[in-house]
Design a protein around this ligand. Structure first.
Ligand code: PLP
Length: 426
């Protein structure tokens, strides 16, 4: 008999991928589903990068474990510049997606993880594998689900008093699932607390370039010696399937970097060689690629704002979305109605009923670390055809036509109507 390790019994398939598969099955059966559950940016691969891929198809040698040196250099320069980090003391590591790099950092660095709730679905399951303890810090819609220095300080002190060893904080901004981000001052405040308590910040900045109105700034500006920045190409360039992530490790953390490189060398070896060569262009400030990133982000902004308007009408908004393509409404003001009309008592009930009654898929708050009875959902705004929407955008319809979104993102708009209908008084 083969036995699964006890520590991994609780490890489940990622809820985002699970709902994606469920939606695919329903669509195969001919059912119409409005997929507000998945977080994949739907734009095509930029032609320049497609061209590069075929040019490098013959490159079959292994790359160094930390990545192709010229790619590491370009990525480092680009991220420092674009994330407003005016400090040179970082080295870059290339990995197969930032998800893997975040896991490797968690594995490499000792201590318990400070986890703001809600946060992205994969951080906690990763701690099941690394066998780290998680210290949850519950956040609320009245503060736009944002962590502040005082709350963090209290959580660290309480954890220490309880005999825990908080050594790592995961911070993601613009955030999945809330779309919120931090101002420079807010980051400075969090940085000061982390410095005082000697806590490493794993700063997940994968949505940096999907920032709507503000220029993205990294917490590494304020705490360079104690921050590892992770990012990648999956969101602003819709290259999730390419599996390219980057970690910037401060040069004072040589030991951590050495271990990360060793983990790479003993597990995935290196990111695919043709991919590493072809994505170099993504970090080289080509005007056409920068323009593409800008256009895609503008489209995400406009579609996301349309979903936000729906939430405002329902009275469940919590702050203006600042980036990414998600919203995270709290439906507790509808709790009585949801219980009596639909028998809903948890976010998982809510997600299921919305899918079966309204054909709208959304992720329950439990996937982001919430208590089951907290009636929150993550609603994403990417159920549209990226190639089609770009065509409309470049035809000028974008600027002229008020009804543009009806043509460009009909499924998102229909999902919004259905969500409103679900919560309407009878
Ligand atoms: C918050 C956040 N971090 C990290 C990732 C991982 O991205 P990748 O591994 O494609 O770089 C995602 C992807 O969904 C995400 O939403």
């Amino acid at each position: 008999m083969v036995h699964v390790r006890d520590s991994l019994q609780g490890l489940k398939f990622s809820p985002t991928l699970l709902i994606n598969e469920e939606v695919a099955r329903m669509r195969e059966r001919g059912e119409t589903v409005y997929h507000m559950g998945f977080g994949e940016s739907p734009f095509p691969v930029h032609p320049l990068i497609q061209e590069r891929i075929s040019g490098y198809a013959g490159r079959n040698q292994y790359m160094p474990a930390a990545g192709l040196q010229s790619l590491r250099d370009e990525a480092r320069r680009y991220i420092l510049e674009r994330h407003g980090i005016n400090n040179d003391n970082f080295v870059a590591m290339i990995g197969p997606g930032s998800k893997e790099l975040i896991f490797d950092i968690q594995l490499a660095v000792d201590g318990d993880l400070l986890f703001p709730v809600p946060s992205w679905v994969s951080y906690i399951p990763q701690t099941l594998i690394t066998r780290d303890q998680v210290i949850k810090i519950f956040l609320n819609p009245d503060t736009a689900y944002k962590l502040d220095g005082a709350t963090l300080d209290t959580a660290i002190r309480a954890a220490r008093d309880a005999g825990r060893n908080p050594r790592k904080l995961i911070l993601n901004y613009p955030a999945n699932p809330t779309g919120m981000t931090y101002s420079d001052d807010e980051l400075a405040e969090i940085a000061a607390v982390c410095r005082e308590h000697n806590v490493l910040v794993i700063s997940d900045e994968i949505y940096a370039r999907v920032s709507f109105e503000t220029y993205h700034r990294s917490i590494a500006r304020h705490y360079p010696e104690g921050t590892i920045v992770t990012t990648g190409l999956s969101k602003h360039l819709s290259l999730g399937g390419f599996r390219v992530g980057v970690a910037l490790v401060p040069s004072g953390m040589e030991r951590v970097f050495t271990v990360l490189r060793a983990i790479a060398s003993e597990t995935f070896s290196a990111v695919s060689t043709p991919i590493q060569y072809s994505v170099m262009a993504a970090f080289q400030e080509y005007p056409e690629i920068e323009e593409y990133i800008h256009t895609c982000t503008e489209i995400h902004h406009r579609v996301t704002m349309r979903v936000w308007e729906t939430l405002r009408r329902l009275g469940v908004d919590y702050g203006r979305p600042a980036g990414a393509f998600y919203l995270y409404p709290d439906f507790s003001s509808y709790a009585e109605m949801l219980k009596s009309r639909y028998g809903i008592r948890s976010s998982e009930d809510l997600s299921r009923e919305l899918l079966t009654r309204m054909s709208v898929a959304a992720l329950p708050g439990t996937a982001f670390g919430e208590h089951p009875e907290t009636l929150r959902l993550r609603i994403s705004s990417v159920d549209f055809n990226g190639a089609q929407i770009l065509k409309l955008y470049y035809s000028g319809a974008w600027q002229e036509d008020d009804q543009f979104l009806d043509r460009a993102a009909p499924r998102v708009l229909e999902a919004c109507r259905r969500i409103e209908q679900f919560f309407q008084p009878e």
